[in-house]
Write a protein that binds this ligand. Structure first.
Ligand code: ASP
Ligand code: MG
Length: 429
């Protein structure tokens, strides 16, 4: 939701009489601003934080002036804004920890949903605002606690018999300790698929301002096209490996319950967008995506030669440090793995050093080519390598799944790589 106009347009999209739960994210720019405020408070730059809070509050004061027609709705919105911003200001006078930072990040969705509910009330459209913090919960592994969510959401819904339109906050949740937490940036999509799965919805729709998932990154290459249909597996690979339109893990709940997901465009509501569902798919290349911020760790050891247990020992280190590995390649005497989170990298390398010589290299990107590549069919590897003939490739992962072929390149070469694949695989300049 970018502006009062977009909020009004949203009402037309959702007010069609079908029963639904509408998951809203914060108004655009808000979460970034809250991140900045949190960072300023964390580094004890309280004056800077005060200025940032003031600037954001001014933005909201302008928004509500434009949004409402009635004095009554405007007054309620004014009161809401000052409550939330007084709350934000209270942190400039107090001790600040990571828990407070998460509480700050939650304000964007709490404000946007309340403002939207006032707008629905003003237009006399019956709706109920559900508080996500009453039912959205992650467990100690930061994964959604589906049992808790579906039980508590059902309890909430049962309090409003006869209602068909519900509004709730995306992104925010409580953690294992009951504290306010979130599903990481872009998490509103994830909230939507979790709620869709928890309620056994007929369909999950994710509305953005682009007409679905594209075959390549439209911010980087010139010509791209929307993909009409993706399988859950293809969409999950694309979301995880960098297609920014979707939260990395948001496909999983929909896939588990086999609920189709549609990616639609608020600017062009009638455009078909992308349908993500189970079912058959033609073989071939569907899309490419890139994930930045990748670090590769290479461990070379004579002890690996014909030994068993070496890989287990290596992986145990990553398990202890709770670092997911994205790509792996091995030779007879070496193994390379990539990670996307370098916290504790030094400690990891120290432990790996006991197995052999360790090399670390950063500023890399994983470029994933997603589609359906049956193992018995020739030509897919050939087409990719042909397209990449002028690009130094650092690592290749092929065969782990029939849906993904990944390569690792220097981030400096990402653009060139995506362009080369656009030409070689999709014949687009
Ligand atoms: N407001 C959150 C963010 O900006 C969640 C979302 O937009 O999906 O990341
Ligand atoms: Mg989003």
């Amino acid at each position: 939701m970018g502006s009062p106009q977009r909020m009004n347009a949203l009402i037309d999209l959702i007010n069609d009489g079908e029963s639904k739960i509408v998951v809203l994210s914060a108004m655009s720019g808000t979460t970034n601003a809250l991140v900045e405020i949190g960072q300023a408070l964390f580094s004890k730059e309280n004056d800077k934080a005060t200025l940032l809070i003031h600037a954001l509050e001014t933005k909201y004061k302008d928004v509500i002036k434009e949004l409402y027609k009635s004095e009554n709705a405007f007054r309620k919105a004014q009161e809401l804004i000052s409550t939330h911003f007084d709350y934000l200001r209270s942190f400039t006078r107090d001790l600040f920890t990571i828990n407070e930072e998460r509480a700050i990040l939650a304000q964007g969705e709490l404000i946007s949903t309340a403002l939207f509910q006032f707008l629905l009330e003003e237009k006399e459209i019956p709706s109920v605002l559900l508080q996500a913090l009453n039912f959205m919960r992650i467990n100690e592994n930061e994964e959604p606690d589906m049992k808790f969510i579906s039980e508590n959401l059902k309890t909430e819904l049962s309090r409003y018999p006869g209602h068909t339109l519900f509004i709730t906050q995306g992104y925010i949740c409580r953690n294992d300790f009951g504290e306010i937490d979130n599903l990481k940036r872009g998490g509103s999509d994830y909230t939507a698929t979790i709620i869709g799965a928890a309620t056994g919805a007929d369909e999950i729709q994710i509305w953005t301002d682009i007409d679905g998932m594209h075959n390549n990154d439209p911010r980087i290459v010139n010509k791209t096209f929307p993909i009409a249909k993706l399988t859950f597996d293809e969409a999950a690979e694309l979301a995880y490996f960098g297609a920014k339109i979707l939260h990395p893990t948001c496909i999983l709940p929909a896939k588990n319950q086999n609920i189709p997901v549609k990616l639609l465009n608020t600017m062009q509501p009638d455009a078909p967008g992308t349908l993500i569902s189970s079912g058959n798919q033609a073989e071939g290349f569907r899309a490419v995506a890139a994930k930045d911020g990748i670090t590769v760790i290479n461990i070379k050891s004579g002890r690996m030669l014909m030994a068993y247990g070496f890989l287990r020992a290596v992986f145990e280190v990553f398990e202890r440090f709770r670092k997911p590995i994205d790509m792996i390649t091995t030779s007879e005497v070496a193994v390379s793995v990539t990670i996307d989170n370098t916290d504790e990298l030094e400690a990891i390398v120290d432990e790996l050093n006991t197995f052999g010589s360790v090399n670390v290299d950063g500023d890399l990107s994983i470029v994933s080519i997603v589609g359906l590549f049956p193992a018995a069919k020739p030509g897919y590897a050939g087409a990719i390598f042909d397209a990449l003939r002028n690009i130094p490739v650092r690592m290749i992962s092929y065969g782990g799944s029939e849906n993904n072929i990944s390569i690792l390149v220097d981030t400096k070469l990402k653009k060139q790589t995506l362009m080369a694949l656009n030409k070689g695989l999709f014949n687009l300049e």
